[in-house]
Design a protein around this ligand. Structure first.
Ligand code: GLA
Length: 360
């Protein structure tokens, strides 16, 4: 028994358990199983991936939860007033339902990928506070209402905190027209729409001390006012250079003290540094180097160690995209610069980093 690694033992017992109901040959073990006693492991998808045989097989083998990468964002699901484009989002919810996957909803109130019409009364004239609030309510309640009972958690407000040192809230159209209380209103409308859904505030750079402190203050004040907020989403667009273990641990411990749940909502580990914009890099033939691979393995291993240690505070970990075949980071912050941020390579094969987090 001594040579069994703990994860192997857990997996073995779980395999026995599922084999009672299923043939051993047809069940494929994946991340969802390695982490089954920890937290659900999810992935952000587009409807097209669900139609691709190889990608959909990978999704079903590895993941237990889905997030729509884009198709539930306001610009895509509600392109003009009263006009909803449900079909792409419905494909994702139908696939999840057919395969018993959980679904996180993303996202209801955001400064980006939100059409102008939300903020205009007529061409060029800004909407009044009342009009913007009624549109926000309408949007949230129609979208959540359609998927009530199917989507267990929603990113209600995304990225409301400013990155500027001197500013607290981002001066978005929502903020400028409605004022700072647009945030609590969004949560109230969401709670009315589905009282059983878990409601999240979601943001990036939460592990950075200054921004994390502002986000903490926001959630603390919402809680003090009795606003129905249940969780913080750490987007976790990280890199092989950051965060370090102490920043990550400090952040998780700190937010868990607020009495809310924590989910990692958009995880990827870029092989480049932050907002790197070195033109030479774009021209160079871009491959996944041994050095990047080594650092990425180390980073994935470290963050999952922290996640497992804090499993009582963390209720979900979602990767942003499926494999290195396609990532939003291939075009951000630099267009056409290939990145390799995920656990599966361009042929959908498990990378070495995968085994570091599956077999700890
Ligand atoms: C943010 C958003 C996501 C997505 C990513 C990039 O993190 O929350 O919806 O747009 O940027 O794909």
């Amino acid at each position: 028994m001594a040579f069994f690694k703990f994860s192997f033992l857990v997996s073995f017992l779980f395999l026995i358990q599922i084999c009672v109901g299923q043939s051993i040959n047809s069940y494929q073990f994946g991340l969802k199983d390695y982490y089954h006693t920890y937290f659900p492991i999810g992935v952000a998808v587009s409807p097209i991936s669900l139609e691709d045989v190889a990608e959909s097989e990978l999704i079903l083998r590895e993941f237990g939860s889905l997030t729509a990468e884009n198709v539930m964002k306001p610009a895509l699901i509600h392109p003009s007033e009263g006009v909803y484009n449900w079909a792409p989002a419905d494909k994702i919810t139908a696939f999840a339902k057919a395969n018993q996957l959980k679904i996180r909803g993303h996202t209801l109130c955001w400064h980006s990928q939100t059409p102008k019409w939300f903020f205009e009364e007529s061409e060029g004239r800004p909407a009044s506070r009342e009009l913007a609030l009624s549109r926000l309510k309408d949007h949230i309640q129609n979208v959540m209402g359609r998927y009530k009972g199917e989507i267990y958690a929603w990113d209600v407000v995304n990225e409301a905190i400013s990155d500027d040192a001197g500013l607290f809230l981002r001066e978005s159209d929502w903020y400028k027209i409605i004022g700072p209380d647009y945030i609590e209103k969004a949560f109230e409308y969401a709670h009315e729409a589905d009282p059983d859904a878990l409601l999240f505030y979601n943001d990036y750079n939460v592990v950075d001390k200054a921004k994390g402190d502002k986000i903490f203050k926001l959630i603390e004040s919402l809680k003090a006012k009795g606003v129905p907020i249940h969780g913080i989403g750490l987007q976790a667009h990280w890199s092989i250079f950051h965060p370090n273990v102490s920043d990550l641990e400090r952040t998780i411990v700190k937010f868990s003290k607020l009495g809310i749940t924590i989910q990692i909502t958009e995880l990827d580990i870029s092989v480049y540094d932050g907002e790197q914009s070195d033109a030479n890099l774009i021209k160079a033939p871009i491959q996944f180097t041994k050095e990047q691979e080594k650092k990425q393995i180390h980073q994935y291993k470290m963050i999952f160690e922290v996640f497992r240690k804090n499993k009582d505070s963390i209720t979900g970990v979602t990767f942003w995209n499926i494999s290195d075949r396609h990532s939003w980071l291939d075009n951000y912050p630099i267009r056409d610069r290939k990145n390799f941020p995920l656990l599966f390579d361009q042929n959908l094969k498990r990378k070495k980093a995968y085994w570091e987090i599956a077999n700890w």
